[in-house]
Design a protein. Structure first.
Length: 135
């Protein structure tokens, strides 16, 4: 697996998560990210290799191959900061203790299906976005 791209694992049946992935793709001008649903074989392999229990962490995971991985609020903030411009101001939220930022993140994650809905199956990327998704 290439170490040139960071990998974003996401809940492939969550409407909010799918919108977040579209949001990231639109702002990923440097082509840093590749994506895979947690439910995919690759998603399962990557979480198993890192001993991530997807019954507890079932939303966003950012993997920097060969370096580290990030979950919950730290993953979202790390992604957002890379967009450049005013998005760099997200760094301010890194000063918020993880116990607080992850509590807010968990509240949203716990209610995401109720508030935003759920798909029956993982999204299928359009042909022009296909190369951004890993099998």
């Amino acid at each position: 697996m290439s170490t040139e791209h960071q990998i974003v694992l996401f809940d492939g049946v969550c409407n909010l998560c799918n919108r977040a992935i579209q949001f990231i793709i639109k702002r990923d001008k440097a082509d840093r990210y590749r994506f895979a649903p947690l439910q995919s074989d690759l998603g399962k392999k990557l979480t198993t290799e890192r001993n991530i229990d997807t019954r507890k962490i079932d939303s966003i995971i950012l993997i920097e191959p060969g370096k580290a991985y990030y979950i919950k609020a730290p993953a979202a903030l790390r992604i957002g900061k890379k967009f450049g411009g005013l998005w760099g101001l997200l760094a301010i939220f890194e000063w918020v203790p993880p116990v607080i930022s992850n509590w807010v993140y968990d509240l949203l994650a716990r209610n995401r299906y109720r508030w935003f809905g759920r798909k029956e199956q993982c999204m299928i990327p359009s042909p022009e976005l296909k190369q951004k998704f890993l099998d």
